[in-house]
Design a protein around this ligand. Structure first.
Ligand SMILES: C[S@@+](CC[C@H](N)C(=O)[O-])C[C@H]1O[C@@H](n2cnc3c(N)ncnc32)[C@H](O)[C@@H]1O
Length: 245
């Protein structure tokens, strides 16, 4: 996993420029996150720090980014050296993270969908939970396991599609193929049902869980029109998650 992300670091970074990233993904994520002022925040699977930097720019008091990929963290640290924001980064597998702090918010965009088994998902959720203070919140953007495979091709116009080569069952790989400026790259997520996610959140101790459908920004509607976003909103390839400790 780490080696694979090491190899697609630049392409992944460029994919953050796709309109759906800004007008739906980031918009939905920040809507869930709310006011970050004075908050301490742990960003799990932070990648090259795309969101990590934004959390600090939006007022979070302390931000710590963790990723399994040394290359991703190297890119994040290069940005930090160029334009220091006071963000700390560490290379670590979230499965093995243990308790490293007591944060107001633990966040993770596109981490949980790398869990290949219920056991791995549970361990990721434990890493989230033990690093949150009592009353703290976990906020996530993730692959939406509830999207029906029949609709996987409907997102091509947004710059990506998903595909599967076997029936959707626990642990089945879901391949994302992303197109940026005519260049394609692929990576796998893994299917675990929403019921398994709910089980993992409750088992580690979360009291309340909420699933948030994708939302389009008003700027996105103005620039592209409602019709353009319809397939995304109807098929919901990604989903927001919010859990309270
Ligand atoms: C799709 S990228 C998302 C990066 C970033 N959160 C974002 O939204 O831009 C997924 C990231 O998860 C990281 N990752 C996957 N499994 C991980 C694990 N077990 N522990 C830590 N990082 C992991 C990968 O290295 C990669 O940087």
């Amino acid at each position: 996993m780490a080696a694979y992300y090491d190899s697609i670091d630049e392409q992944y970074k460029q994919s953050k420029e796709l309109p759906f990233r800004l007008h739906i993904e980031a918009y939905t994520y920040f809507d869930l996150l709310g006011d970050l002022a004075e908050k301490s925040l742990l960003d799990l699977a932070c990648g090259e720090g795309f969101y990590t930097r934004k959390f600090r720019q939006r007022g979070a008091a302390r931000v710590l980014g963790v990723d399994i990929s040394a290359k991703m963290i190297e890119l994040a640290r290069q940005q930090e050296a160029k334009a220091p924001l006071g963000i700390e980064y560490i290379v670590c597998d979230v499965l093995d993270l243990g308790e490293i702090g007591n944060f107001d918010l633990v966040v993770a965009s596109f981490l949980l969908n790398y869990a290949q088994t219920q056991e791995q998902l549970l361990r990721m959720c434990q890493s989230v939970y033990i690093n949150l203070k009592q009353g703290g919140r976990f906020v996530s953007i993730n692959n939406n396991s509830e999207q029906p495979p029949e609709s996987y091709l409907s997102t091509e116009k947004y710059g990506f599609i998903k595909s599967i080569s076997e029936p959707l069952q626990e642990g089945a790989p879901i391949t994302y193929t992303v197109s940026v400026d005519g260049q394609k790259f692929s990576f796998d997520n893994y299917y675990l049902s929403r019921a398994t996610y709910e089980w993992a959140f409750r088992t580690v101790g979360f009291k309340q869980i909420r699933w948030q459908s994708p939302i389009v920004s008003t700027v996105g509607v103005r620039e592209f029109g409602n019709e353009f976003w319809r397939d995304f909103l109807d098929n919901q390839p990604i989903i927001g998650i919010e859990c309270w400790k």
